[in-house]
Design a protein around this ligand. Structure first.
Ligand code: GDG
Length: 477
């Protein structure tokens, strides 16, 4: 069996429970085949020059963790800059928030090139390489230019916008061409696949070979939807443990006469958090019977605090939350509890189980794992209702949720009202179907389907080594 090499911006020790579903799922395979996991160490170092940090390796069971620090300049340009201030907003359809800065692209390419140079000597001939997410789109192109011939797959965790939005990226031809250095590109949803294919055919002149295959730049690429799931068994185990049970019981006791609604997100503008607060306000306005009875707990964990758009969002949200509590709160009831801190993972299933309504209403989301975690946490005999944005990747799968348009405050308030008053039988039926789907398409199913597709893919002729084109404006230094 081939060895698996995983490359992602950040990595986690797969043996540690805090590592999360993705790390556990990948760790499984990595441990079985004795794998390698490569990425940024998370350290911003003063001891190395841009593009020249040292490789460090350590062993975690049968898995080798290989990491590289980032120089401060690279962290600013590659991570905060091109990845999180250009690619993240553009791929989430937010051209207005993109900060197109020339130096960012230089840093992005420099770090990808450095990663490729550090990774190449660690590779074995029959390795299968799986690269993750938008930070590393050009990694395969950089590896190929150094002579790498192994099979390389890529999975994008965020959405793909329509071609015209992609074309608003000043360097889109360069960036999108880099996908052709991979053998397989996995996306979260069929909508993403449609956008990707349309871009490649219309803008990059790719030939549609059918069966998800595209040809361009003397290479053949397969693209498909591989919707990511959660580690259902692990999450259920967490839900049975004492901290989750106590969290649920304490909330149920405190809100015995009230209905709880819950939102859990990273504080990110893609998650539609202010829109959700406005819809909740509309609910209290339009359906006054919910005053004194419905409470929304909103956990928005800190994220990317050092990127400007996130500071603005935090201020907006604090204003909205203060206003709703000021306008509607009473001595014995506050409509909204807003928590801008990380809640311990062990408590998350208990929080979800105590909530009659789970509000997962992003403006755009690759998948959204909270939706699946909410479903798995419910008591099947008396389950809560998932209100889910139609713009989350998860909406293609979780059709038995109440699907909403997060931009439409009025209809979102109506859907929340429906959820709060949904009869038991309908709640049970919807939940049973959601649970079956979530179980059958868990993170292990996702990992298996992707790796099978990558292994089964006919490799490109090794003589057609991909040459990355320099970005417009010439070779970055
Ligand atoms: C990217 C894509 C895609 C959140 N707050 C707390 C907390 N969380 C946990 C949730 C969930 C995870 O973080 C968030 O996952 P999402 O899928 O919702 O979103 P992103 O972080 O944006 O992830 C996304 C995903 O990649 C996977 O491909 O679905 O579309 O954007 O597990 O529970 N966990 C704890 N405390 C918190 O306060 N412990």
């Amino acid at each position: 069996m081939s060895r698996l090499v995983v490359v992602s911006n950040r990595l986690a020790d797969p043996r540690k429970p805090a590592a999360g579903g993705l790390a556990v799922a990948l760790g499984d395979t990595l441990s079985r085949t004795g794998g390698l996991w490569f990425g940024w160490s998370g350290v911003v170092s003063e001891h190395c020059q841009p593009g020249e940090c040292q490789l460090q390796t350590r062993q975690a069971g049968r898995v080798t963790l290989a990491t590289v620090d980032l120089a401060a300049e690279d962290h600013a340009a590659y991570y905060q800059g091109y990845s999180n201030s250009v690619l993240w907003p553009v791929f989430h359809y937010r051209l207005d928030l993109a900060d197109m800065h020339g130096a960012y692209l230089d840093g992005y390419r420099r770090v990808n090139r450095m990663f490729a140079a550090k990774l190449l000597p660690l590779l074995q001939d029959d390795d299968i390489i799986w690269v993750h997410d938008y930070h590393l789109i050009p990694l395969a192109a950089e590896l190929r230019s150094l002579g790498c011939r192994q099979r390389i797959g890529f999975f994008l965790h965020i959405p793909v916008p329509p071609p015209l939005l992609l074309a608003a990226l000043p360097q889109h031809e360069w960036l999108m061409r880099a996908f052709f250095a991979y053998d397989l590109v996995g996306l979260q949803s069929e909508a993403d696949v449609a956008h990707f294919r349309r871009y490649m055919i219309n803008e990059a002149g790719a030939e549609d070979l059918g069966d998800g295959r595209l040809a361009a730049f003397s290479r053949e690429l397969r693209v498909g939807a591989f919707p990511i799931g959660i580690d259902v068994q692990e999450f259920e185990r967490l839900g049975r443990a004492s901290e989750a049970v106590q969290t649920c019981e304490a909330l149920r006791a405190e809100y015995a006469r009230r209905q709880l609604l819950l939102g859990i997100d990273r504080l990110d503008y893609s998650k539609g958090i202010p829109q959700r607060v406005r819809a909740f306000r509309q609910l209290l306005e339009k359906y006054p019977e919910n005053r004194h009875s419905a409470t929304l707990i909103m956990i928005a964990s800190p994220s990317r605090d050092d990127v400007m758009a996130y500071t603005d969002l935090r201020q907006e949200l604090e204003g909205l939350c203060g206003a709703i509590n000021g306008d509607y709160g009473d001595l014995d009831w506050m409509p909204l509890r807003y928590i801008h801190r990380i809640v311990a993972r062990r408590r998350v299933p208990g929080l979800c189980r105590a909530a009659r309504v789970g509000l997962v209403t992003p403006l755009r989301d690759g998948m959204n794992l909270v939706a699946k975690e909410y479903v798995v946490s419910q008591d099947p005999a008396d389950p809560g209702v998932l209100v889910l944005s139609r713009f989350a990747g998860a909406a293609e799968q979780l059709k038995d949720a109440l699907l909403v348009n997060p931009y439409d405050r009025e209809s979102m308030a109506d859907a929340i009202q429906t959820a709060l008053h949904m009869p038991l039988e309908e709640r049970q039926q919807r939940h049973a179907r959601l649970l079956t789907h979530t179980r059958e398409h868990d993170v292990h199913w996702w990992r298996r389907s992707f790796l099978q597709a990558l292994q089964g893919h006919e490799a490109n002729d090794p003589s057609t080594l991909f040459t990355p084109s320099p970005p417009p404006g010439g070779e970055p230094g």
